[in-house]
Write a protein of this length. Structure first.
Length: 141
């Protein structure tokens, strides 16, 4: 039985993100794939998460990005071209590393997201995100 329940923090997370600078901009699916490959192959990521590969796909006609785990240890992301931004990529990666059995934007997801942002984008960026999460009362584990 899943503990997912209603995704009560989704809009709060999105509002908080809108107030944080988005980081690097990517110009191709290939550029995002290289970025993700470097993260997934890093010693830090391998020590913290049980994901060995994440495949990136450009989503041609979508308004939103999405991510999931199609098989054990492998993630997949679909990203619309207008969302080829670092914070969006890490948001989706947080979905991949967080169990699908918990709330989509719940406290465990938020904790993983902050951890990824801190490691990849730096302490200052993670502090900005945490401040905005506090502003919107986003719960973290």
């Amino acid at each position: 039985m899943s503990n997912k329940g209603k995704d009560t923090q989704k809009m709060k997370v999105y509002k908080a993100e809108e107030e944080v600078a988005e980081g690097k901009r990517f110009y191709s699916e290939k550029g995002i794939q290289k970025y993700i490959d470097n993260i997934v192959r890093s010693k830090w990521f391998r020590e913290n998460y049980d994901i060995s590969h994440v495949q990136i796909y450009e989503q041609k006609k979508a308004l939103y990005a999405c991510a999931y785990i199609p098989c054990p240890k492998v993630g997949a992301m679909w990203i619309p071209k207008n969302m080829f931004r670092e914070l969006t990529i890490l948001h989706e990666l947080a979905h991949i590393v967080t169990s699908s059995k918990v709330q989509h934007h719940g406290p465990l997801y938020v904790s993983n997201y902050i951890k990824l942002v801190k490691e990849i984008m730096g302490e200052k960026k993670s502090e900005q995100l945490i401040d905005k999460f506090k502003k919107y009362k986003v719960r973290c584990k």
